[in-house]
Design a protein around this ligand. Structure first.
Ligand SMILES: NC(=O)c1ccc[n+]([C@@H]2O[C@H](COP(=O)([O-])OP(=O)(O)OC[C@H]3O[C@@H](n4cnc5c(N)ncnc54)[C@H](O)[C@@H]3O)[C@@H](O)[C@H]2O)c1
Length: 436
């Protein structure tokens, strides 16, 4: 049933000036807030971390994809950041971008989504759209957000509309939030329509699906697809090595096929806040429904064991030279989970470095993006690129940041183990470089 209010809101979201409230100002929420401001909307960004809010208010961005200039422009356009949730009452739409990590036993940790839902329950008012962006299992929006708005005495489709819209931000990618098509699904038909109208102001392309559940599963399909394909090429890398075939040459050759093949590249495992985690949300919920997820389980098994495989390859390389990991001075190059960013969450590079350390290596790390104090908090000794690197016996390239001079690295360090194929890709031919 649609009402006058619904028509009014639809029109207002489509063409009016309205206020976007963003809950959680991290890698996802901050770009969303800045995009909304740049597209002429009023913005209230709320975060429970008062230091983060103060920094943002002062014009300092903690997200690499949002420059201080872009943040300043958003502030100048009237965007406000606050640690006081009461201000969210002014918002016409609430976009929730809080963390959705895995707990100790790799089960979904819903506590952040639950606390954001509790905020919604306290601030929701008639006329609002509430949209969840945090990656999660199908059914979360219905099970967590809908009860929250109802507990505020609001009726779905009369007073409020509720959607899920997965975030596709890709840290380090030149594509900006507004350029990436957005999938939106509502917990009701009217919610979907309202959500599509609102998101149409934030991004150039909106793809409306029939339900919030379909939107939730879309995100999990995207990231399971990546996890499974990366696992497959990681398995093939091990097979290729056993056959004495260069996996990088083979992937490069297969990629010349103009149809039916998308290249994925091997490496020390998968990292970040998404690929290692998201498929587990699906597997966990599927298990509850007594459905097995063999692809997901297998992909996780292979990807989680890549650090062991990399460590084994390094041990074998040293063994060929009558040496052992114990006592060898090893430089880990790249700690972030992917190139050209500072994010080291779930980074497989850290797992490799810990395994090497446990086997007695004398470790150093070089990462031009991850701040030295963070490296030190992991217990690693940070090395500068400008330093003389010849004191290291072996360098293992774990993340292929562009800022590293790989030719100079191979000139200075006796032996280089390249888990990312960066020497192949850059056409640097050095006899002391061995690839995964
Ligand atoms: N980082 C990515 O590349 C990426 C990409 C796609 C999807 N996602 C998903 O987006 C969601 C957010 O991820 P992120 O990387 O932006 O996380 P983040 O850790 O960078 O930021 C989350 C922010 O939320 C704040 N927060 C936590 N609980 C809160 C609450 N109850 N109320 C208000 N603020 C709260 C934190 O203080 C933090 O500033 C996750 O579900 C993630 O899986 C992330």
């Amino acid at each position: 049933m649609t009402t006058d209010t619904y028509q009014d809101r639809l029109e207002r979201f489509r063409t009016g000036r309205w206020t976007a409230g963003v809950i959680g100002l991290g890698y996802v929420g901050l770009p969303l807030a800045v995009t909304a401001a740049s597209r002429g909307l009023d913005v209230i960004g709320f975060d429970i971390d008062p230091r983060r809010v103060a920094a943002l208010d002062g014009g300092t961005s903690h997200v690499e994809d949002v420059t201080d200039e872009e943040l300043e422009a958003a502030l100048a356009a009237g965007a406000r950041f606050t640690a006081d949730e009461a201000h969210l009452r002014e918002a016409d739409a609430l976009f929730i971008a809080v963390p959705s990590p895995l707990g100790r036993n790799r089960q979904p940790d819903m506590s952040f989504i639950e606390s954001a839902a509790a905020t919604v329950a306290r601030v929701a008012r008639p006329g609002q759209l509430v949209s969840l962006e945090s990656t999660t299992y199908p059914g979360t929006t219905e099970d967590h957000l809908l009860p929250a708005v109802r507990s505020a005495g609001l009726e779905l489709d009369r007073d409020v509309w509720v959607t899920f819209s997965p975030e596709r931000v890709d840290p380090g990618n030149v594509l900006q939030t507004g350029d990436i098509p957005k999938v939106v699904g509502g917990v009701s038909e009217a919610s979907g329509a309202i959500g599509a109208a609102a998101y149409g102001r934030l991004v150039d392309n909106v793809h409306l699906v029939s339900t919030a559940r379909a939107a939730e599963l879309t995100k999990l399909l995207e990231n399971t697809y990546r996890a499974v394909n990366i696992a497959m090429v990681n398995e093939l890398a091990q097979v290729a090595h056993a056959f004495d075939i260069d996996i990088w040459e083979v992937v490069g050759a297969a990629a010349t096929k103009p149809f039916g093949f998308q290249p994925f590249y091997p490496g020390p495992g998968v990292g970040g806040h998404c690929i290692p985690l998201d498929p587990q949300f699906l597997a966990w919920r599927a298990r509850e429904l007594r459905v097995t997820t063999r692809f997901i389980d297998l992909a996780e098994d292979i990807n989680l064991h890549m650090p062991d495989y990399v460590t084994g390859r390094i041990a074998a390389l040293l063994n060929e030279r009558q040496r052992s990991i114990a006592g060898t001075r090893i430089l880990g190059v790249g700690v972030a989970y992917k190139p050209n960013i500072a994010d080291d969450r779930e980074s497989p590079a850290i797992d490799v470095l810990r395994l090497l350390e446990r086997r007695g290596a004398e470790l150093g790390v070089l990462d031009p993006h991850v701040p030295p104090d963070r490296l030190e908090r992991h217990g690693f000794t940070a090395t500068e690129h400008a330093d003389d690197l010849s004191e290291w016996d072996l360098a293992v390239v774990l993340t292929d940041h562009d800022a590293i001079d790989y030719a100079a690295l191979a000139e200075q360090v006796e032996l280089v183990f390249d888990t990312r194929g960066v020497y192949r890709r850059k056409g640097i031919d050095a006899p002391n470089v061995v690839s995964l």
